[in-house]
Design a protein around this ligand. Structure first.
Ligand code: ADP
Length: 420
């Protein structure tokens, strides 16, 4: 099946076309036929389009909203002149997989979209006011353009974490607030954590129930996940993607009392404080320079900038602290805990320096880094970065959320179980 994967945000739409089916999933032989994005939607948008065997082409197009962007993408994918293998018209698009940010407590796995599912996604708008509306616009646009008879599947960022138990997902707030407003930890990046756990299972050739790992998704957004017997049992992002690790521009964990203090001392509104925590904090706020880890590392090396170094240290320390916490959270009565720590995301996949700094001091838990392996593990590669008999292993596994969305779409259409 040719699956169009759509990731619709408020100002950008990313897409991929992936050819896959149950046999290809089993043989790991899915094909990525095309990919691209429309950015800065709302005016003259930046468009990037690429097929399996051509270089990325960059152009601009006037795209006033998400619907226009989805229309543009479908027209390009279905046109013969785009040159995508096996696709000559819209009839060659067999299903659409949509990334949906928030599925609340209702969606525990990917689902075929019908009127009830649309209502369910709408019900979660309060929980993700910036993301779910854009996701819904993408779904509506695809259904209108390709016909409601074509299968559209929703794949939720939150679904993988619905296995968290109450002791992990509840905040210690008055319980009626959970009952009244569903205030709890939901967690995000679920598709990414689930994908790397699945790849780990393949690399180790083990059963799902034997997957005991701590996954660290370190990109612009960062989150950690404790995966025990294949299920997410804890994760660092919470009610929103603001909680947890230090991120590019997000603060991660902060004392909630700081909000009121800032409002009083800096004369800020709650909206301004929220924006400060989401957009001006993290690596950017600490360094005063950039939210980009690559630039920060270069700055720290070239000029020994004190605040660049400080930002990197706070970032690594927080990640290390979460690993320690999750080793405790995952330990059982027989003394067993996680078998491996897995790094993914732009920083996790590409920066051996950050991986080394995070892993420093974890020797007491049996993590014995192999410096040569770690340094050689660069862009696109996957494998172990610890010595062979390290008790707690560490791996780098590139994430592939689009592939998982395409595979879940196939599984939903074929009516087979979606556990990895
Ligand atoms: P997103 O969360 O938006 O998908 P990515 O997963 O692409 O983002 O991660 C972006 C981050 O990865 C940026 O901070 C970028 O600097 C960092 N990054 C990418 N390559 C490297 C590298 N070689 N060394 C250090 N950081 C890198």
């Amino acid at each position: 099946m040719n699956i169009l994967v759509l990731n619709c945000g408020s100002s950008s739409v990313k897409f991929q076309v992936i050819q896959t089916d149950l046999e290809q999933i089993a043989a790991n032989s899915d094909r990525r036929l095309a990919r691209g994005s429309c950015e800065r939607i709302g005016g003259e948008s930046l468009v990037t389009l690429q097929t399996e065997d051509t270089e990325a082409k960059r152009t601009t197009a006037p795209l006033r909203d998400v619907r226009a962007a989805v229309d543009f993408i479908i027209s390009w994918v279905a046109s013969e002149k785009s040159g995508i293998a096996d696709i000559a018209s819209v009839a060659d698009i067999h299903a659409v997989g949509h990334r949906v940010v928030h599925g609340g407590e209702h969606f525990t796995h990917s689902v075929l979209i019908d009127a009830d599912v649309l209502r369910g996604i709408e019900d979660c708008i309060d929980l993700a006011p910036l993301h779910n509306p854009a996701n819904l616009k993408g779904i509506t646009a695809a259904r209108e353009r390709l016909g409601a008879g074509l299968a559209n599947v929703a794949v939720f960022d939150t679904a993988f974490h619905q296995t968290l138990e109450p002791h992990a997902y509840l905040y210690a707030l008055p319980y009626q607030l959970y009952r009244r407003h569903r205030i709890r930890r939901y967690g995000f990046h679920g598709t990414s954590h689930r994908y790397v756990a699945y790849r780990y299972r393949q690399i180790k050739n083990i059963a799902r129930s034997q997957v005991n790992v701590i996954t660290l998704h370190l990109g612009n957004g960062c989150s950690a996940c404790a995966i025990k017997a294949g299920d997410s049992i804890d994760t660092s992002m919470g009610f929103t993607p603001l909680e947890g690790l230090v991120m590019g521009t997000r603060a991660g964990d902060v004392d909630a009392a700081i909000l009121d203090f800032l409002m009083a001392k800096e004369g800020m509104t709650i909206t301004e404080v929220e924006s400060l925590l989401n957009k001006q904090s993290g690596l950017l706020g600490l360094s005063g320079l950039t939210n980009d880890m690559r630039d920060l590392l270069a700055e720290a090396e070239e000029t020994a900038d004190r605040r660049a170094n400080l930002a990197i240290e706070v970032f690594c320390y927080r990640a290390r602290k979460y690993i320690g916490a999750y080793l405790a959270a995952m330990s059982d009565t027989e003394g067993k805990t996680a078998d491996a720590v897995i790094f993914t995301g732009g920083i996790g996949e590409n920066s051996h320096a950050i991986r080394r700094r995070i892993c420093q001091g974890l020797k007491c838990f049996g993590l014995d880094l192999d410096d040569a392996r770690n340094e050689q593990m660069r862009a696109g590669k996957e494998g172990a970065i610890t010595i062979d008999d390290s008790r707690l292993q560490a791996f780098v596994i590139p994430t592939d959320e689009e592939l998982l969305i395409a595979r879940d779409t196939v599984r939903a259409v074929r009516g087979v179980e979606q556990r990895y």
